[in-house]
Design a protein around this ligand. Structure first.
Ligand SMILES: Nc1ncnc2c1ncn2[C@@H]1O[C@H](COP(=O)(O)OP(=O)(O)OP(=O)(O)O)[C@@H](O)[C@H]1O
Length: 218
């Protein structure tokens, strides 16, 4: 099992009492599976992704990625696991402003030691980025930056892709088209994909769906 989450719990400080956001979430995802995570605003979707990515720690429960229990890993081991195994596509693109679009595309692949020119060229072509490779992020539209962020993650061939509303900044038609490319390319790379979306239409395109409500997945 690529991703195995057991009884995950997370609360945040509140006034007067702590607010329980995740109240025993369990979920498993196999290599090559795609899962859409839906849930109302504030239901804890981003919190769950952040814990799976190891960017924050749960209060209790386990997150195993490729058999490694990450919730007790030290920061350095966690960073290495993230670099080697996990790809993130968040709403903030986090492109590096001083690097061109092409350099941004190869950045994570290079860090992970998996730079592959042919694969990257294919991603750039499919995502319509080929004519933009020498531009800097500030010279790109929001939608173009979003496609670079998606391409950068795919270029590194992570085993697990975590995406939080990856097409949230695009209009409905572009969003559909980019999502389809994202799904095609992540399937070609063999990755498992866990994607947060508000759109039932987009969720329906993925193999599995899970709904987060009252801190659990029903
Ligand atoms: N660092 C934090 N400190 C305190 N509260 C937090 C923190 N992060 C998230 N929360 C709270 O946890 C709840 C869940 O937030 P989260 O962002 O996970 O929801 P979401 O389902 O992703 O929402 P949306 O769909 O609006 O993005 C919210 O009530 C939020 O205010």
């Amino acid at each position: 099992m690529l991703l195995d989450i057991r009884d995950l719990r997370k609360s945040f400080p509140g006034d007067p009492d702590p607010v329980t956001v995740l109240d025993g979430v369990s979920l498993a995802l196999d290599t090559g599976e795609t899962l859409a995570l839906t849930g109302e605003s504030g239901s804890g979707k981003s919190t769950l992704l952040t814990l799976i990515a190891g960017l924050d720690r749960p209060d209790a429960g386990q997150v195993r990625i490729n058999g490694t229990e990450i919730t007790t890993l030290r920061d350095r081991a966690l960073a290495a696991l993230r670099r080697d195994t996990v790809g993130l596509v968040f709403q903030q693109f986090n492109l590096i402003p001083s690097l061109t679009c092409g350099q941004n595309l190869s950045f994570h692949a290079r860090l992970a030691g998996r730079e592959d020119r042919d694969w990257q060229d294919r991603i750039a072509a499919r995502l319509g980025l080929a004519p933009l490779l020498d531009r800097y992020p500030e010279q790109l539209s929001g939608g173009q930056q979003q496609r670079v962020a998606i391409g950068r993650t795919l270029a590194a061939r992570p085993a697990l892709i975590l995406a939080d509303e990856p097409t949230g900044n695009l209009d409905e038609d572009s969003s559909e088209a980019v999502l389809q490319l994202f799904l095609d390319l992540s399937r070609d790379s063999g990755a498992a994909l866990l994607m947060v979306t508000h759109s039932q239409a987009l969720a329906a395109r993925l193999i599995r769906r899970a709904h987060l409500s009252h801190g659990t997945i029903g």
